[in-house]
Design a protein around this ligand. Structure first.
Ligand SMILES: Nc1ncnc2c1ncn2[C@@H]1O[C@H](COP(=O)(O)OP(=O)(O)O)[C@@H](O)[C@H]1O
Ligand SMILES: [Mg+2]
Length: 282
């Protein structure tokens, strides 16, 4: 394949979504889960969709990768990933999935197979991207990836099974699996919501460190404004399949314009306020 000129790659967003609508065919009829959203993610950026449960975040995240079952989901609008229109062309969607774009799933406890070793699963993901590698070469690459996601003594853990790891370690292993495809864009659907608060912080810290090092683009999904505030460049606040408010993360958090965003903010614990009250009382 010929290399794209660097400038055109830098200029066009990794992900460019325009007027995306997604209708789901359900037992109770057709639901318009996503109702005309537009957004972009550029290299090195984290863009977050936030909203309460049922607002359409996962449908958007799965839809842009065309991971929703054909026939049960009807998509319209346009979705370009690294310049290729994946809605117009199913072959383009297959070509970019697991390569240009990778998914970090929500529940680390069930995303890996319990019957194969971590090494087998990570090795397979690496060989999918680099079919010419031998098992030994894939293992060397995999051990390096495990070290990158801060799994200590990765050589000895290559042969371990998922039940031998904690939730936080499994989520870091799943990040390694996602990175095996050498993606330019990561889609992370509530990647830390199944984890304890301290473990959650370490996984988010890892994602941000990875991004600083590799300039990977990230589409983050969360219902937690604390998480969104920490990781995002831009935030889109989603309700009933639409964006009610969009903007730079600081602006959304400091001066939310929409009542729905204010309600989300009110639900976030404010450590600073507690300290001030203590200070005033003493
Ligand atoms: N498999 C499904 N069957 C029926 N309805 C669904 C399904 N998945 C999602 N929906 C509906 O689509 C809407 C958006 O859901 P979802 O994208 O999962 O929201 P979120 O990720 O923000 O919680 C909701 O109204 C939900 O009920
Ligand atoms: Mg969801």
């Amino acid at each position: 394949m010929t290399e794209q000129p660097l400038t055109s790659k830098e200029e066009s967003p990794l992900l460019d979504v325009a007027d995306l609508q997604i209708e789901l065919v359900t037992a109770r009829g057709v639901v318009r889960a996503v109702d005309g959203v537009s957004f972009t993610v550029r290299r090195g950026e984290t863009v977050t969709l936030i909203g309460e449960s049922g607002s359409g975040k996962s449908t958007t995240a799965m839809g842009v990768q065309r991971l929703l079952p054909e026939g049960l989901a009807v998509l319209s609008g346009s979705v370009r990933i690294a310049g290729r229109d994946v809605l117009a062309d199913p072959a383009a969607a297959r070509a970019v999935r697991g390569r240009t774009v990778s998914l970090i799933p929500q529940d680390p406890m069930t995303a890996l197979s319990p019957v194969h070793t971590i090494g087998r699963q990570l090795g397979d993901a690496i060989r999918l991207r680099h079919p010419s590698l031998s098992r030994t070469q894939a293992r060397d690459k995999g051990i390096d990836l495990l070290a990158q996601v801060r799994i200590s003594r990765p050589e000895t853990r290559w042969k371990a099974y998922s039940h031998q790891f904690s939730g936080g370690m499994l989520q870091r292993i799943l990040i390694a699996v996602a990175l095996a495809g050498e993606p330019e864009l990561l889609v992370a659907d509530e990647p830390t919501s199944a984890l304890d608060a301290t473990v959650q912080a370490s996984v988010l810290d890892l994602l941000m460190e990875l991004q600083e090092r590799t300039a990977i683009g990230m589409l983050m999904i969360t219902h937690d404004l604390g998480v969104a505030r920490l990781v995002s460049d831009r935030i889109h606040v989603m309700k009933d399949g639409r964006f009610v408010e969009s903007g730079p993360a600081d602006r959304i958090v400091d001066t939310p314009a929409d009542p729905y965003t204010r309600a989300l903010l009110a639900a976030v614990p404010r450590l600073g306020a507690w300290d001030e009250t203590q200070g005033a009382a003493s």
